[in-house]
Design a protein around this ligand. Structure first.
Ligand code: URA
Length: 209
């Protein structure tokens, strides 16, 4: 798929494999997630626009380049998305942060928004949505649909793992959104888990069960 960026960097793949291990502790899982997230931030920000700026070195004045435009926004889909923020912020410390909270209505099975808080001037910003797992795609699709109402400059989606079902759903609903992932696993289980996957990302990040 044209808008799917599979990040195959050896460091990302090595760390992801360690994260998949069922015996990885919460501390290990979090440390690795921070490391992988910062490597993925590097890839997803590769095409950020630059502007020329004059800089005075100790020896001369020269024209350097700096990131152009308003600070970008990382939007975390609660709660597992929060696990990706620290690593991303280690690379882009000035980024703004938004949060989207969604739950699944038990009768309609549709995602329902319970929290939505964004920085100001979203129409002038680029958005990078973060959520470790793009599984059914329901939350991701709902988050993108909601964020598009704010008419941002661009929207990208970063996850650690996805599966063909999640990519197909997102690609159908939002073909204009680029997806960055470290792995495309075999399939989605009937219970909504990615297989072989790494289990429940939120539980593994926060040490819950
Ligand atoms: N969310 C998770 O945390 N894990 C999955 O495998 C799928 C969705």
């Amino acid at each position: 798929m044209r808008n799917v960026h599979h990040i195959t960097h050896p460091l990302v793949q090595h760390k992801l494999t360690l994260m998949r291990r069922s015996d990885a502790s919460t501390t290990t899982f979090r440390t690795l997630l921070n490391e992988v997230s910062s490597l993925m931030a590097y890839e997803v920000t590769r095409d950020m626009p630059l502007q020329d700026v004059e800089v005075q070195t100790p020896l001369e004045t020269m024209t350097g380049q700096m990131i152009d435009g308003k600070k970008l926004v990382f939007v975390s889909i609660l709660r597992a998305g929060n696990g990706i923020l620290e690593g991303m912020l280690s690379v882009v410390p000035g980024a703004r942060i938004g949060h989207v909270g969604l739950y699944r209505d038990p009768t309609t099975l549709e995602p329902v928004e319970y929290y939505f808080k964004m920085p100001q001037e979203m129409a002038e910003r680029d958005i990078i949505i973060v959520d470790p797992m793009l599984a059914t795609g329901n939350s991701a699709i709902a988050a993108v649909t909601r964020l598009k109402q704010l008419k941002p400059k661009s929207i990208k989606f970063v996850c650690l793992l996805t599966c063909p079902e999640g990519l197909a759903a997102m690609g159908k609903a939002h073909p204009d959104v680029d997806i960055y992932t470290a792995a495309i696993d075999r399939e989605l289980s009937e219970h909504g888990y990615i297989l072989p996957g790494l289990g429940d990302a939120g539980d593994r990040i926060f040490g819950t069960k």
